[in-house]
Structures are given as structure tokens and as C-alpha cells.
Write a protein that binds this ligand. Structure first.
Ligand SMILES: C[S+](C)CC[C@H](N)C(=O)O
Ligand SMILES: N[C@@H](CCS)C(=O)O
Ligand SMILES: [Zn+2]
Length: 325
């Protein structure tokens, strides 16, 4: 069986054409009291507070998420090494990120079997893989400028071992998140092929102008690279202002037949130096109900939220999309 008819397509079909992804993971960790002002950002909790990670996953499941994204966005082997951990410990933490989400999903599903409630699917677990820019911890996922020293092979080297370790933990999906440039998308595709990864992936870009990746590449150019890869059944944008999403869905649809994934942030802007969200035109949960319906009509197949969205946002999206099922 090819990866193009895998669990993601089955979920989308079961969900009536558009499944719900969870919301801001780090955001909800902070709402529950975690201090993640650290180069590891949310991945710090894999060391310091795994129980909180599971709690966030449970809250998103209760809100109706059909897909859980793991806590590994900014979890990297070099990042853990710089905290004094060994390679073995670092790799165990990566696996733990998947394990925590699978446990949450399984507990929630077992409970639902005993206490049935309408509208829930058995959720899929997507292992988060942030960009090289996320590892830099300087907001580069919104600039895409890694400098002339970072070439294709360096990006492949950066991603290779983490990808192998996360895949070995057997998540249902791999979620490449907030990729800010074409070079990194190409590195990921080459790596998925070289490593013969048979777990289906989505690759999502960030955008700060609603028209290009942060590095200035067009989505047409980026999709030319991704369209050839059957290991990537879905593509999209995340951690981008809701303002831009509808136009971006139309733009992406012009250049691909793959499933389209959108999970915007709240519209606030990340100040990479201050490590703070700056108030901007922020969208509330009420906006997301109407927007989700619009994005579904425009052709999105997976809709959720990214930074500064919460379980309430996902509940609003669930309400909108599940009323149509
Ligand atoms: C998606 S951004 C808000 C994640 C945090 C960023 N990589 C940093 O560490 O500054
Ligand atoms: N999955 C990550 C993405 C950050 S852009 C999170 O929600 O925290
Ligand atoms: Zn985000």
C-alpha cells in the first residue's frame, strides 16, 4: 500500500473532508503554569514536567482534536546535549514525546469506548519536527535566513538523527512545522526518501506576508519540490496570521492535489529577541468558528490552531466543522 492512502486520508474521509488538528501546544503549557523561556522552549517540559505535556494533550482531545501534535517541536539532540544530557538520554526524550501523546490518545479513546460521546474520532499522533530555525531559538522560523553557511547537506545532517528516532517511536504521522524556506523543504524531502520513511508526513511553511515563505520563495516553487514526494500526502501553512489563510489555501490549491493543512496562530507576532508575543490584530475564538467554515469551503482538509490558540479555539473549530459532518 502506498503512503498516499494511509491514515491521514482515512481520517479526513471519516471527518467528512476536513479533520481538526489541536491548538498551540506551548501556549497551553504556559497557560497551565510552565515556564518555557529557554532555548528548548516547550521541549524543556520533556525534562521538567512530562505530566503537564500529557495534560495538554488530554485537553485538546476533549476539545475535539482529531490529530495531536507532539511536544518535540524544539526538541533536538544538540539542544538536550547542551543541557548536560547524554545522547542516549536525548534520544529517549524524543521517543518520550511520542509516547506521551500516544498514551493520552489511548487513554482518551478507551474512556470514550466505555462512555460514548458523539463526534469524536480516534485521534492520530503527529510527531512534531520544527525547523533548523526553531532550534536556533532566535525566531528564525519567521525569517528563514540561515546565512550562506547553511547548505542543503547541513540541513539534512541537522534533521537526520532526530527524524530516525522520532520515526522509531511509531507515531501515525510526522509534522514538519513552520518551515521558513525552500532549501529546508528540499532537505526534508531528500531525507524522507533517503531514509525510506514510511510514516506519512505533512510539511507546513510559515509566512509573514501571506504570499511567500519568510525567505521570499513562492509557494509554487516550494510545492514543485513537495509534489513529487509521495511520502508527503499533505502540505500547508502553520503559525501564520489567520488574515492570510484563505488566500493561501487558494494559492496552494493552484499548485497541488495533496491534502491542505492550515493551523494559524492568533495573529500576534513573535519577538524572537524578547521571546515574547507582541499584541497585534489578534483573532479570538469566535472568529475561528466562522473562519474554519470558510477555510473548509476554500479547500482545507485539516484545520487547527498554532501559537496563542487554546483548547477553546479548537472547541470553536470543532463546533463549526463537526456541525457539517
Ligand atoms: C514558534 S516560535 C514562537 C518558537 C520559539 C522560538 N523558536 C524561540 O525559541 O524563540
Ligand atoms: N507545535 C508547536 C508549534 C509551534 S510554531 C506548538 O504548538 O507549540
Ligand atoms: Zn506556532
Amino acid at each position: 500500500m502506498g503512503v498516499t492512502k494511509g491514515p491521514l486520508e482515512e481520517l479526513i474521509e471519516k471527518a467528512g473532508g476536513c479533520a481538526v488538528i489541536d491548538g498551540g501546544f506551548a501556549t497551553q503549557l504556559e497557560a497551565l503554569g510552565a515556564d518555557i523561556n529557554d532555548p528548548l522552549w516547550s521541549a524543556l517540559c520533556l525534562i521538567s514536567n512530562p505530566h503537564l505535556i500529557k495534560k495538554v494533550h488530554m485537553q485538546y482531545l476533549e476539545a475535539g482534536a482529531d490529530v495531536l501534535i507532539t511536544s518535540s517541536y524544539q526538541a533536538t539532540i544538540p539542544g538536550f546535549l547542551s543541557k548536560g544530557l547524554s545522547i542516549e538520554e536525548a534520544e529517549k526524550l524524543l521517543q518520550k514525546s511520542v509516547k506521551l501523546a500516544i498514551e493520552a490518545r489511548d487513554n482518551f479513546w478507551t474512556h470514550l469506548q466505555k462512555n460514548p460521546k458523539d463526534g469524536y474520532n480516534r485521534a492520530l499522533v503527529a510527531a512534531s519536527i520544527g525547523s533548523y530555525g526553531a532550534y536556533l531559538a532566535d525566531g528564525s522560523e519567521y525569517s528563514g535566513g540561515y546565512g550562506p553557511d547553511i547548505e542543503l547537506d547541513k540541513l539534512k545532517d541537522f534533521h537526520r538523527r532526530r527524524l530516525q528516532v522520532l520515526a522509531s517511536a511509531e507515531p501515525d504521522l510526522l509534522a514538519f512545522e513552520a518551515i521558513p524556506n525552500k532549501l529546508e523543504a528540499q532537505a526534508i524531502v531528500e531525507l524522507l526518501n533517503e531514509e525510506k520513511v514510511n510514516i506519512p508526513s505533512w510539511i507546513c511553511f510559515s509566512s509573514v506576508d501571506g504570499k511567500h515563505t519568510p525567505s521570499g520563495h513562492s509557494f509554487k516553487e516550494c510545492l514543485e519540490i513537495l509534489n513529487c514526494c509521495e511520502r508527503v500526502p499533505a502540505i500547508g501553512v502553520n503559525c501564520t496570521s489567520p488574515h492570510f489563510i484563505d488566500k493561501l489555501i487558494h494559492e496552494l490549491r493552484k499548485f497541488t492535489k495533496k491534502a491542505i493543512v492550515v493551523y494559524p496562530n492568533s495573529g500576534e507576532i513573535w519577538d524572537g529577541r524578547a521571546k515574547k508575543w507582541m499584541p497585534s490584530e489578534c483573532f479570538g475564538d469566535g472568529n475561528f468558528e466562522a473562519l474554519a467554515l470558510k477555510w473548509h469551503e476554500s479547500g482545507a482538509n485539516l484545520i487547527g490552531g498554532c501559537c496563542r490558540t487554546t483548547p477553546n479555539t479548537i472547541q470553536a473549530i470543532t463546533k463549526a466543522l463537526k456541525s457539517k459532518r
